[in-house]
Design a protein around this ligand. Structure first.
Ligand SMILES: C=CC1=C(C)c2cc3[nH]c(cc4nc(cc5[nH]c(cc1n2)c(C)c5CCC(=O)O)C(CCC(=O)O)=C4C)c(C)c3C=C
Ligand SMILES: [Fe+2]
Ligand SMILES: [Fe+2]
Length: 328
C-alpha cells in the first residue's frame, strides 16, 4: 500500500568535488546565507568575496581531498545510505510505502529537488527531518528559510511538518551511548570521553539560540546513560570560524591542554553530526589527533558518527511516526 506521506531528509550539503572551484561554489552559497553569518551585507559581502572566497577554497579543497572517497564526499554518500535505509525501515514498520528523499540546504540535491520528487510520487504530506540533532538558527533555522523560499515560488505546497530537534530523544541518546560502548568493547577505554559539538558564535546564543543548551543536555544525558562520573567526560566546541568569540571550551585548546593535566588517553565523539563529514573525519579524526599527540597525549580514539546504523535509523522512524500522528 502507498501512503500520501513522504519524508524529506535534510543535511547541510557538501562540494560536488574536492577541487578549489567546487569548494568555492559551495562556500559562496553557504556563507552568503544570513542565517550562517548574520553580519550586515555591506560589511560581510566584501570580506566574503574579497578575502574568504579568494584564499579559503584552496586550503579547504586539500582538506576535502584527504577524506574524499570513491563514492564522493562522505557526507553525501552516507546521507544517501540513510535515505535508503530509512525508506526500507519505514515501509517495514508502517506497513506501507513512505518515500524518502534527500535535500541539502546548500548545493545538490537541492531542497526543491527533494520536494518535487516527493510530489511526483504522490506525497501530499511531508515530514521534513533536518539531520541536526540540536536546533540552531544557523542550521535548522536555515532549513526552514530554504523551505519557505521554495514554497514562496509554488502555487500550492504540501502539508508540512518540521522536526525542530531531537537532542534529548531516548533513541538518539541510546544510540550514541551504545556506539561508545561498542567502541570501548573493541578498542579499550580512555580516561575521558570528549563530546565535541560544532560551534556557533557565542553572540547567537546570547541573542536566544538554544543550541548550546541543547548540546550540553545531549552531553549530560549520554554521560548519564554511560554512568560516567564528572571527571570522565566533557563537552567542547569545534570548527571556530572568523575572529568573533564562539562557544567554549574550544576543542583544539582542550586537546592541547588535557595531556598537561594528566589526561593522555581519550575517546572523542561528535554528537552534533548525523553523518561523518569534513568536520569529523578531517578536523577531529586527523587534525585533532595530531594536536593531541603533539601535546603529549598517548592514545586518541575517534568514534564515528551514527551514520546509517540500525539504531540511528530506528530513531528517525520514531521521529517520523510522532510527526505523522493525525495524518494516517
Ligand atoms: C561561518 C559560520 C558557520 C556556522 C555558524 C556553522 C554552523 C554549523 N555547521 C554545522 C555543520 C557542518 N559544517 C560544515 C562545514 C563548514 N562549516 C562552516 C562554517 C559555519 N558552520 C564552514 C566554512 C564549513 C566548510 C568547511 C570550511 O571551510 O572550514 C560541515 C561539513 C560539510 C562537508 O562537506 O563535509 C557540516 C556538517 C553545524 C551542525 C553548525 C551549527 C550548529
Ligand atoms: Fe559548519
Ligand atoms: Fe572545520
Amino acid at each position: 500500500m502507498t501512503s500520501n506521506i513522504g519524508v524529506l531528509l535534510v543535511n547541510l550539503g557538501t562540494p560536488e568535488a574536492p577541487t578549489e572551484s567546487a569548494v568555492r561554489a559551495f562556500l559562496k552559497q553557504f556563507l552568503s546565507d544570513p542565517r550562517v553569518v548574520d553580519l550586515p551585507r555591506w560589511q560581510w559581502l566584501p570580506i566574503l568575496n574579497g578575502i574568504i572566497l579568494r584564499f579559503r577554497p584552496k586550503k579547504v579543497a586539500k582538506a576535502y581531498q584527504s577524506i574524499w572517497q570513491e563514492q564522493g564526499s562522505p557526507l553525501m554518500s552516507i546521507s544517501l545510505q540513510q535515505r535508503d535505509a530509512l525508506e526500507t525501515r519505514l515501509s517495514e514498520v508502517m506497513g506501507m510505502d513512505v518515500p524518502v528523499e534527500l535535500g541539502m540546504t546548500y548545493g545538490k540535491p537541492s531542497m526543491r529537488h527533494g520536494i518535487d520528487a516527493l510530489t511526483a510520487k504522490g506525497c501530499e504530506r511531508i515530514v521534513v527531518l533536518p539531520l541536526f540533532p540540536q536546533f540552531s538558527c544557523s542550521t535548522t533555522g536555515a532549513v526552514f528559510d530554504a523551505l519557505a523560499a521554495e514554497f514562496a515560488t509554488m502555487r500550492t505546497f504540501p502539508h508540512t511538518r518540521l522536526v525542530r530537534d531531537y537532542h534529548n530523544h531516548d533513541g538518539y541518546i541510546g544510540a550514541l551511548a551504545s556506539s561508545v560502548e561498542r567502541h570501548w568493547h573493541e578498542h579499550g577505554r580512555g580516561q575521558k570521553l570528549l563530546m565535541s559539538f560544532h560551534g556557533v558564535p557565542k553572540r547567537y546564543v546570547d541573542e536566544g539560540d538554544i543550541y548550546q543548551h541543547q548540546c550540553l543536555e545531549t552531553a549530560r544525558l549520554v554521560a548519564e546513560k554511560l554512568q560516567l562520573s564528572q571527571g570522565q567526560w566533557m563537552a567542547c566546541f569545534q570548527s571556530r570560524f572568523g575572529k568573533e568569540e564562539w562557544l567554549t571550551p574550544y576543542t583544539d585548546e582542550t586537546l592541547e591542554a588535557l595531556p598537561k593535566q594528566g589526561v593522555s588517553k581519550i575517546d572523542i565523539i561528535s554528537p552534533a553530526f548525523s553523518v561523518d563529514c569534513l568536520e569529523t573525519l578531517e578536523e577531529i579524526a586527523i587534525e585533532g589527533k595530531e594536536e593531541f599527540l603533539e601535546a603529549g597525549g598517548e592514545s586518541y580514539q575517534f568514534i564515528p558518527c551514527l551514520n546509517a546504523g540500525a539504531d540511528h535509523i530506528d530513531m528517525m522512524v520514531d521521529l517520523v511516526k510522532t510527526e505523522v500522528q493525525g495524518w494516517q
